[in-house]
Design a protein around this ligand. Structure first.
Ligand SMILES: CC(C)(COP(=O)(O)OP(=O)(O)OC[C@H]1O[C@@H](n2cnc3c(N)ncnc32)[C@H](O)[C@@H]1OP(=O)(O)O)[C@@H](O)C(=O)NCCC(=O)NCCS
Length: 235
C-alpha cells in the first residue's frame, strides 16, 4: 500500500548518490511531487553523510530492510552505467516497490509519447510525437528525440544529442554528448556513439562509432579477426 505524507507526496529513495544521483535529486525537487527520503549508495565512505542535504542511509543491498524502516513507496535508480541501471531496476521490480520517473518541469513531451519506468528526463529535453521511451532510459539535458523514434530499455542519451525521426535505438545504447543521428537509422544493442559524432547509417550491436560521418572503431566482445572482418580499416 502506498504511504503518503500529509502533503500527499510519494516517499522516494534515490539509489546512487554520485553525479547522476545529484542530477536526479535536483529533478525530483523541481518536480515537487515527491518526498525525498535520501539516498542509498554502495560507497560505504558516504554512509551516514549528506549529499546535497539528503542523508545516505546505507548500501543498495539494504534496500529491502530500509523500505519498511523508512516507509518508502518508490525508488529511482540514479546510476550512469547502463547495464548496472537495467539490472538493478529488474531486481527492484521483484520487491514490489514502485519505480518512479524523474521528469524535469522544463522538459517537453508530446501528448502521445510513451514513457516506461525508472526514466530520467532532464532539463530542456524534448520528446516529440509518437516516440516510445523504454524503462530505465536517461534522456539527458537538452537532448531532442524527434517523431516516431524508439529508445530501448536502459539507454543513455547524453546532453545535447539530436535524434531525428523514426530512429530505432536498441536497448543499452550510449550516445555521447552532442551527437546527431539522421532519420530511420538503427543503433544496435549496447552500441556506443562518440561525443559529437554524426551517424548516417545503422550501427552494429556492441560497436563503438566516432566522427563525422561516424565510423566504427571497436566491436566489444569480438575477437581481433572478427572485428577486422566487420570493421572497415581506419584511414
Ligand atoms: C567514443 C568513446 C566512448 C570512446 O572511448 P574509448 O573506447 O575509451 O576510445 P579511445 O579513447 O581509446 O579512442 C579510440 C580512438 O577513437 C578516437 N575518438 C574517441 N572518441 C572520439 C570522438 N568522440 N570523436 C572522434 N574521435 C574519437 C580517439 O582519438 C582514438 O583515436 P586513435 O585510435 O586514432 O588514437 C569516447 O571517446 C566518447 O566520445 N565518450 C563520450 C563521453 C560523453 O559524451 N560523456 C557525457 C556523459 S553525460
Amino acid at each position: 500500500m502506498r504511504h503518503t505524507t500529509k502533503d500527499d507526496k510519494i516517499r522516494v529513495l534515490i539509489l546512487g548518490a554520485g553525479g547522476q544521483g545529484r542530477v536526479v535529486l535536483d529533478i525530483l525537487l523541481q518536480a515537487r511531487k515527491y518526498d525525498i527520503v535520501g539516498f542509498l549508495d554502495n560507497n560505504s565512505d558516504i554512509h551516514g553523510r549528506r549529499v546535497d542535504g539528503f542523508l545516505v542511509h546505507g548500501g543498495i543491498d539494504d534496500l529491502e530492510k530500509l523500505t519498511a524502516e523508512l516507509d518508502i513507496d518508490g525508488v529511482i535508480i540514479a546510476i550512469g552505467d547502463n547495464g548496472a541501471r537495467r539490472g538493478l531496476a529488474r531486481q527492484v521490480e521483484q520487491t514490489g516497490l514502485e519505480l518512479i520517473n524523474a521528469v524535469h518541469p522544463s522538459a517537453t513531451l508530446a501528448y502521445n509519447a510513451t514513457v516506461g519506468r525508472n526514466v530520467v528526463i532532464a532539463a530542456g529535453a524534448v520528446v516529440c510525437a509518437n516516440c516510445q521511451i523504454g524503462d530505465s532510459v536517461i534522456l539527458n539535458t537538452g537532448c531532442i528525440i524527434d517523431h516516431q523514434t524508439m529508445i530501448g530499455e536502459g539507454s543513455h542519451i547524453c546532453p545535447g544529442v539530436r535524434i531525428a525521426g523514426r530512429v530505432k535505438v536498441e536497448p543499452g545504447v550510449f550516445i555521447g554528448i552532442g551527437a546527431t543521428i539522421i532519420p530511420k537509422v538503427t543503433l544496435g544493442c549496447e552500441a556506443i556513439v562518440g561525443a559529437g559524432a554524426v551517424v548516417l547509417e545503422d550501427v552494429l550491436p556492441m560497436a563503438t562509432v566516432v566522427g563525422v560521418p561516424a565510423q566504427p572503431i571497436k566491436l566489444a566482445g569480438a575477437s581481433e579477426d572478427i572485428a577486422a572482418m566487420l570493421l572497415p580499416a581506419r584511414t
